[in-house]
Design a protein around this ligand. Structure first.
Ligand SMILES: Cc1cc2nc3c(=O)[nH]c(=O)nc-3n(C[C@H](O)[C@H](O)[C@H](O)COP(=O)(O)OP(=O)(O)OC[C@H]3O[C@@H](n4cnc5c(N)ncnc54)[C@H](O)[C@@H]3O)c2cc1C
Length: 240
């Protein structure tokens, strides 16, 4: 197997056209390749500057999960810190998690940040939404979003090999009109639902707004967790 390490977008585009398979830390693909055979070419984005950004409003796909620290909003930092074991986080990448894993603990965090994905194909780099990246498994270069006012992340305890633990991600964004908007994303099983509602000083009103969305049909345990997280984020907003 030839491992390509592009340093420019045009090089990456060329390797993609030659059929190079994207690879992050190979924490998932290594075992598959050993079983089914290695591809002729693989491409890691670790030498590509655009895929290594890390900041308040951007995160590159080649960034390792253990490098996701307080330069990014809390929701994303906490999501990355709960993935697998320390050994997995030192090797696995943001791109491998969002595009390649079935659990995708980073996805609810990216959804509440209202993140846009930058992807690369034969026509060049362009922005698209996360649902499309997950469905079509584009080559992900990174994520971009607008810094939220406050954000939070809750992952229930889970057993290795058991059902995916419940995740509730929350973020409050300031709109152009000065009003605040709450985004909530829940991973229940393998399904991720994300919804939004205007903020209000009365948490009950906000919760009623969310109850009228798809979040209202979640099982009782998940709705209790949403209630706790929403109360917590509105308190954080009040104290901000
Ligand atoms: C012990 C263990 C525990 C885990 N626990 C969790 C958990 O709690 N939560 C969770 O979310 N995940 C968990 N995972 C999955 C983990 O998130 C993935 O192993 C990891 O994110 C994959 O990253 P990687 O960089 O190693 O991907 P790789 O193994 O290199 O690639 C995986 C797939 O993603 C594709 N890919 C990689 N980078 C890109 C890119 N930039 N653009 C497009 N496609 C790309 C590859 O082509 C491949 O199909 C666990 C994994 C292990 C081994």
């Amino acid at each position: 197997m030839l491992l390509r390490l592009p340093t420019t977008l045009s090089e990456a585009q060329r390797y993609l056209a030659e059929g190079a398979v994207p690879v992050g830390g190979a924490t998932l693909v290594w075992a598959l390749w050993q079983r089914d055979g290695f591809p002729e070419q693989a491409m890691s984005l670790r030498a590509l500057p655009q895929a290594n950004l890390i900041g308040r409003e951007a995160l590159g796909a080649a960034v390792l999960l253990h490098q996701v620290d307080d330069r990014v909003p809390e929701v994303l930092r906490r999501a990355a810190s709960t993935v697998g074991t320390g050994a997995v986080r030192r090797t696995a990448t943001v791109g491998g998690n969002i595009v390649g894993s079935t659990l995708r603990c980073l996805l609810p965090a990216a959804l509440v940040l209202d993140a846009r994905a930058t992807v690369l194909d034969g026509d060049g780099a362009y922005e698209t939404d996360l649902a499309e990246v997950v469905a079509k498994r584009h080559l992900l270069l990174g994520l971009r979003w607008r810094d939220p006012v406050v954000s939070g992340y809750h992952k229930a305890d889970g057993e290795a090999g058991g059902e995916p633990p419940l995740v509730v991600a929350t973020a409050v964004h300031a709109g152009g009109d000065g009003r605040h908007r709450l985004l909530v994303a829940v991973r229940d099983g393998y399904e991720v639902i994300s919804e939004t509602t205007p903020c209000h000083p009365d948490p009950e009103r906000v919760l009623r707004g969310l109850d009228r969305t798809a979040l209202g049909s979640l099982p009782a345990q998940a709705r209790d967790a949403v209630r706790r997280e929403v109360n917590g984020i509105l308190e954080a907003l009040a104290g901000h």
